[in-house]
Design a protein around this ligand. Structure first.
Ligand SMILES: Cc1ncc(COP(=O)(O)O)c(C=O)c1O
Length: 424
């Protein structure tokens, strides 16, 4: 089928009139190559169809939730069955207790669970619980890490006040000295250290956690009576069947979850150790949809698959196949690729590309060949992908490199100029 985008163009024009700037947040394609579709018609398994009917192997997986495939029959059946019995009711269903029991059994540091809707709800509650627990204010965070879109953590400061960001000190991920310096700066006011399980910031190479850094974060929290918070919203159950830092042998006091825990159904969670139970019980946190039963049933079905299938090993194997195939394709055409992070959550950037022009060109060419990649955000594998999907992506990448080589020097990407301004 020939690639067209006339329906998307019309939808964008209509959206411009009734949605601020046509779209907002990280799912706005404003910072992606111009041809990237903004609106999607449907999704199934590993595939996504845009409003014009173009099909893509989707390596964004809904920015993380798609772990077992879009529209997974078993998970969706659990959702529908519960929805028919009752979803958003005057109180939660028995399924809430079962889900809390299941997560507590599954995640080794957890003794209790609370449920909410978005990852930001969970990270915000984590911060409040740490402040309630310590009766202190300062949180220490890794520079550039994303923890959500509330005034205290949104990456764009418009509409926030300096006081929303008060009592925050930043450190460099994986850098023990800078972590220690941040904790020193917090002084006697340290409430928590936040860490992502891996460094998965946008625009920069990903990093696995250095065990020494993770252990030091634990020690510093223990020395200061503060809480260690691991934000597993994006990487949860993609690195391990336990908390992400189980891989480096470090147990946090609190961990925040979302995205993959219900394969895309709207639910997030905060898990905690006994030490923080009373502090968690004495903050006020709620939402009209936080106790809806159907997403909880979907989460239970997802967790069963997490326990009982080889999804994790499968996504790693698929990711490794992609990584080596892309590496070979790049060098065949004289390009370098920086493929960082775990194979099942790859960030792929074209090397020697200071303005982003090569990456944009290459990603756009992949898009036109039915492969949805992202030029500067980490991607995700879903266990619904097949070897044939990966091989299709590698073939498309090979073609795209050929085109990139033929294109010669490229103009800098105007929409990314703000990055260079920031970098100075
Ligand atoms: C690490 C991390 N924390 C928190 C969030 C916020 O989650 P949500 O967008 O569901 O509020 C995200 C979302 O991408 C995330 O990646």
């Amino acid at each position: 089928m020939t690639w067209t985008n006339s329906k998307d163009t019309t939808l964008r024009e209509r959206a411009m009139a009734v949605i601020p700037n046509g779209m907002y947040g990280h799912q706005s394609v404003m910072l992606l190559p111009d041809d990237y579709p903004q609106f999607f018609d449907r999704a199934q398994g590993a595939y996504l169809w845009d409003a014009d009917g173009n099909r893509y192997v989707d390596f964004l997986c809904g920015y993380g939730p798609n772990l077992f495939g879009y529209g997974h029959a078993g998970i969706d059946q659990a959702y529908v069955d519960q929805m028919k019995r009752g979803d958003t009711m005057t109180g939660p269903g028995p399924v809430m207790v079962e889900l809390a029991e299941t997560l507590v059994a599954q995640v080794s540091h957890a003794d209790w669970a609370m449920f909410c809707k978005n990852g930001t709800d969970a990270t915000t509650m984590a911060m409040m619980i740490a402040r309630n627990f310590t009766q202190k204010k300062t949180i220490v965070l890794a520079k550039g890490a994303y923890h959500g879109a509330q005034p205290w953590c949104t990456p764009l400061k418009n509409g926030t006040t300096p006081s929303d960001r008060a009592h925050q000190v930043f450190y460099e991920y994986n850098d023990v000295e800078s972590l220690e310096a941040a904790v020193r700066e917090a002084g006697s006011d340290l409430a928590a250290i936040f860490a992502s399980p891996i460094k998965h910031d946008t625009f920069v190479d990903q990093e696995l956690p250095d065990p020494e850094y993770a252990r030091r974060a634990r020690e510093l929290c223990d020395e200061h009576g503060a809480l260690l918070i691991v934000d597993d919203v994006r990487a949860g159950f993609r690195l391990a069947r336990d908390c992400g830092w189980s891989l480096v042998g470090v147990k946090p006091d609190l961990s925040s979850w979302g995205k993959a825990i219900a394969n895309g159904h709207p639910i997030s969670a905060l898990l905690g150790a006994d030490i923080a139970r009373f502090a968690a019980a004495t903050i006020y946190a709620t939402g009209s949809y936080w106790f809806s039963a159907a997403p909880m049933a979907a989460s239970l079905a997802t967790l069963k698959l997490i326990r009982e299938t080889d999804y994790l090993e499968r996504t790693i194997t698929l990711g490794e196949r992609l990584r080596s195939g892309l590496g070979e394709a790049a060098s065949r055409h004289g390009f370098g690729l920086r493929q960082t992070g775990p194979a099942q959550m790859p960030l792929i950037m074209v090397d020697d590309d200071p303005t982003g022009a090569k990456g944009y060109f290459w990603n756009n060419a992949l898009l036109k060949r039915g492969v949805y990649f992202h030029p500067w955000h980490n991607m995700f594998m879903t266990s619904a992908m097949t070897d044939a999907d990966i091989d299709h992506a590698i073939e498309a990448a090979d073609d795209a490199f050929k085109l990139l080589k033929a294109a010669g020097p490229l103009e800098p990407v105007a929409k990314l100029e703000f990055l260079h301004a920031v970098a100075g």
